[in-house]
Design a protein around this ligand. Structure first.
Ligand SMILES: C[S@@+](CC[C@H](N)C(=O)[O-])C[C@H]1O[C@@H](n2cnc3c(N)ncnc32)[C@H](O)[C@@H]1O
Ligand code: SF4
Length: 360
């Protein structure tokens, strides 16, 4: 079984914080990119059964109806007999009856929508547009079209934001009743408008307060905190993203896409001209057994359920406590071992990077 990520790099406008691999949409690129993507899939895909597909970006929903059908039909190249989850990333502005009916027709069963905020001051800084009344209408339409697995993205810790404004955003997002919520603390990355405008991040103490507020409010509304930044109603955790956190293999197709196969981690070229000319090669690294074990631990500890210690031993033929200095961390309560799982306790998940440093 395998998972598939497909990167669609086109956006209708560029957000001030975004350092994803994306370009403003141009019609001639859309058709050429389709050909390059098809060629890459035909060359790389080995015919395994595919359990999850994820169309991410960029903004896959920015494709017009004709191109969208073309791109979605690429999934016919895969063995989909055991497909259980098919996610498609959308910008809320792009959602309409035509888009939803095409997605339904091609078997999409999970939508991931970048809302980010409803606060006009935050939105202006982020160079985004969302409107609560419009989002309510769109969610109604989404449900009418039978989509019952929806993720909404929220960005917090935006300079100028306080806990009251975050509370207001959270209340509105919760009122839309998504099955899944992803929350991201704003990162000011190089080569973004925010970075160039010398916008400074909020201080860490404030960030932690906001993080705790999110955990508390979402818990009250029965969203399970299952990964550092992700919350889901019972039964709606993202199966695709869990393949990453479980350190399982997956294909990444498209500009800048990453994949993991046969012990090799690869990232495709980020150069659009090169990709369009049919040369998708970027970087690749053959992992050692130690690298694979480190990744297993690093990724697995992002999950609140933690790492299955028996499975670790079965996969690598060595006990986790023989490989890593977990005893001292268990003693300090920076790690917990319970029911066969090794995990970071909930009150320390915010400082998980410090714990991982000690561990690795
Ligand atoms: C590819 S985008 C989602 C789909 C679509 N492109 C959109 O923006 O609506 C993935 C998500 O990552 C988050 N994100 C992107 N850049 C970020 C940054 N610099 N800091 C925090 N979160 C970020 C946003 O929540 C965004 O919705
Ligand atoms: S956040 Fe999404 S819509 Fe905005 S530029 Fe990045 S990929 Fe495009």
């Amino acid at each position: 079984m395998s998972s598939v990520y497909i990167h669609i790099p086109f956006c209708k406008s560029i957000c001030a914080y975004c350092d994803f691999c994306k370009v403003l949409k141009r019609a001639h690129w859309v058709s050429k990119y389709y050909e390059a993507l098809k060629a890459e899939i035909e060359e790389r895909y080995n015919g395994e059964e595919v359990s999850t597909i994820y169309f991410g970006g960029g903004t896959p929903s920015s494709l017009g109806p004709k191109a969208l059908r073309h791109y979605l039909s690429l999934t016919n190249l895969f063995n989909k007999n055991k497909l259980i989850e098919f996610t498609f990333e959308c910008n809320i502005d792009d959602i309409n009856e035509e888009l939803l009916s095409i997605l339904k027709e091609y078997g999409v069963n999970r939508l991931s929508i970048g809302i980010e905020s409803f606060n006009p001051i935050k939105l202006e800084l982020l160079n985004r547009h969302s409107n609560y009344e419009d989002a309510k209408q769109k969610m109604k339409l989404i449900r009418e079209y039978g989509f019952n697995n929806v993720n909404l993205d929220l960005i917090y810790a935006v300079p100028g934001e306080d806990e009251d404004s975050l509370k207001d955003d959270l209340k509105k997002i919760i009122s839309l009743e998504p099955e899944h919520i992803s929350t991201y603390s704003l990162m000011i990355e190089e080569h973004t408008m925010l970075y160039n405008e010398r916008v400074k991040p909020i201080d860490e103490e404030e960030d932690l307060k906001m993080y705790n507020l999110i955990c508390k409010m979402l818990k009250k509304k029965k969203y399970k905190h299952y990964e550092v930044s992700n919350y889901a109603r019972e039964g709606y955790e993202s199966l695709h993203n869990k393949t990453y956190w479980h350190n399982e293999e997956y294909y990444g197709f498209g500009l800048s896409a990453s994949g993991y196969f046969d012990g090799v981690r690869y990232t495709n070229t980020k150069n659009l001209t090169k990709y369009l000319s049919g040369n998708y090669q970027g970087e690749e690294e053959l992992l050692t057994k130690k690298d694979i074990m480190d990744n297993h631990l690093m990724l697995g500890l992002r999950l609140l359920d933690g790492v299955d210690m028996e499975e670790f031993e079965r996969l690598y033929n060595v006990r986790i406590d023989k490989m890593y200095p977990i005893k001292a961390l268990l003693k300090n309560n920076e790690l917990v071992a319970s029911k066969g799982y090794l995990k970071i306790p909930h009150d320390k998940i915010y400082v998980m990077n410090e714990i991982l440093l000690k561990l690795l």
